[in-house]
Design a protein around this ligand. Structure first.
Ligand SMILES: Nc1nc2c(ncn2[C@@H]2O[C@H](COP(=O)(O)OP(=O)(O)OP(=O)(O)O)[C@@H](O)[C@H]2O)c(=O)[nH]1
Ligand SMILES: [Mg+2]
Length: 474
């Protein structure tokens, strides 16, 4: 299995090359060379999962290698030690870069690209199995190989035999030191065919106890016989499970990429710095207030209610200091936790104070004010007064019997007139409340448009660059 490291590296490279990158040349060069080193290491392993058979001489490593691969490639025999040089077998495409890096002789390197039809072989596709000289020889003559090998090994198969599993050297020198790699280890008790059935459980329990003392409790233990084939399938199954995981090299590379990204993140913020509707609204209201619109509203309310002594002040150009303060509050809130380089970019994208002040004032001045008097109210008042007057005259004339009509008609006309006057007065009062509010909303909307083009859009553009880089480095 592969982690999508290629895709990840491509996205990091894209971020490093982006116009909006916040890193300086030195930081970019460092990231590039770290990625290059990671790539080189990955190239060696070529995505292969690596398993190595390690253990004392005669424990049966080479015999197990042959049993697992179905070959006789490894030298197995009665001579002690038998194996002098490492042998490699790959299920699937050859792992030539890896075997060259490990300096394994080309004639000891084999791969099988055909014949992987059987399910258990398919599950091993891509796995590299290594047979190594015994661990003491490895220590003396092949330590270079082991040093190069260990960081690449995904599964260490420790092969022990019923006589020597408690061998002090094996445990003190190797197993106990391999605690860190416990999750990548399998211990194989080979030669199990030589142990009478009745003794096997005790033997394996004893081995488990020894491993526990090594701090390796929980490491899988398998009993095998390279001679009878017992346990070989189970060992293959464990190798197949390891083969389904990302290789050690891929996991290491992934962790190293995490470190590269973490460094690049120093110039990116973890938290979202959003331009919220509240921020836009607060800023627009502050600018509206700075234009003296609150005083205009108060005056409008009074003037509509009492049109006779009407005097409404003009809106003002907002003071430089106020607009500067509103602008810096905006920048501060929009920048939130952004690193300095992004905060500077937002500052640079902001309009000049005078430009903002002029645009805001222009927008406010362009909003039409509500008329102090409206025609319907005036007509209703006039008609109401006329009707009331006529009604009273009619009433008086009727009461004095100067006209032959009921005085009630006059009363009705006068009452109608007065009602009309009352209605007109109520209408004026409600307009005095509503019209200034509507005016305020229109002014707020006009200033909101200025805030949107002069503050929101440039800020959002900077934040979008930041978000884009952040998502590339995710
Ligand atoms: N009965 C029996 N004999 C085995 C078993 N595994 C290996 N042998 C024999 O044990 C001897 C040593 O086996 P090798 O496979 O050469 O052991 P090795 O661990 O590779 O040894 P070195 O290469 O010297 O480190 C050979 O004669 C094998 O035939 C087993 O499970 N049962
Ligand atoms: Mg051998």
């Amino acid at each position: 299995m592969q982690l999508d490291l290629d895709g990840r590296i491509a996205r990091i490279e894209q971020a490093l090359a982006a116009d909006a990158r916040p890193w300086d040349t030195e930081e970019i060069d460092r990231a590039h060379s770290e990625i290059l080193a990671i790539q080189n290491r990955r190239q060696i392993a070529g995505g292969h999962v690596v398993a190595a058979l390690i253990g004392g001489t005669g424990s049966g490593k080479s015999s197990l290698f042959n049993a697992l691969t179905g070959t006789d490639l490894a030298d197995a025999g009665a001579l002690r030690p038998t194996t002098e040089a490492a042998t490699a077998f790959t299920w699937g495409e050859p792992a030539s870069t890896l075997t060259t890096y490990l300096a394994i002789e080309p004639e000891r390197v084999t791969s099988r690209t055909t014949e992987l039809e059987r399910a258990h072989e398919k599950a091993l596709d891509g796995l590299v199995l290594l047979d190594l000289p015994d661990h003491d020889s490895v220590k003396d003559a092949h330590s270079g190989l082991v040093d190069r090998l260990l960081p690449l090994v995904d599964v260490l198969v420790w092969v022990v035999d019923p006589q020597k599993y408690a061998d002090h050297i094996l445990h003190s020198r190797y197993l106990a030191k391999m605690r860190r790699r416990a999750d990548a280890m399998v211990v194989v008790m080979n030669h199990i065919d030589r142990v009478p059935e009745a003794r096997r459980d005790t033997l394996l329990a004893d081995l488990a106890g020894v491993l526990e003392l090594d701090g390796l409790a929980g490491v899988p233990v398998i009993a095998t016989s390279a001679a009878t084939g017992e346990g070989i399938e189970e060992l293959r199954r464990l190798l197949a499970i390891a083969n389904a995981e990302p290789s050690m090299v891929e996991r290491t590379a992934s962790a190293e990429l995490d470190a590269v990204v973490a460094t690049l993140h120093n110039k990116l913020s973890e938290t979202d710095s959003a331009v919220t509707p509240e921020l836009v609204d607060d800023t627009s209201r502050e600018l509206v207030t700075a234009c003296g619109v609150d005083a205009v509203i108060d005056a409008l309310e009074h003037a509509i209610a009492h049109p006779r002594d009407a005097s409404v002040p003009p809106s003002q150009s907002p003071s430089y200091a106020t607009v500067a303060a509103v602008g810096s509050t905006w920048a501060m809130r929009a920048q939130a936790d952004l690193p300095e380089v992004w905060a500077d970019r937002i500052d640079a994208a902001m309009p000049g104070v005078q430009e903002l002040a002029d645009d805001v004032h222009e927008a406010v001045a362009a909003v039409p004010r509500p008329p102090l008097r409206d025609t319907a109210t005036r007509v209703a008042t006039l008609v109401g007064f006329i009707l009331a007057t006529l009604g009273v005259v009619f009433l008086v004339l009727a009461l004095m019997n100067l006209i032959s009509a009921s005085w009630l008609i006059g009363l009705g006309i006068a009452a109608g007139g007065l009602l009309l006057v009352g209605f007109a007065s109520m209408r004026r009062t409600s307009r005095a409340k509503q019209a200034p509010r509507d005016y305020y909303d229109s002014v707020l909307e006009a200033v909101g448009t200025v805030v949107k083009t002069k503050l929101v859009e440039p800020t959002v553009a900077v934040l979008a660059d930041h978000e884009e880089l952040r998502s590339q480095l995710r």
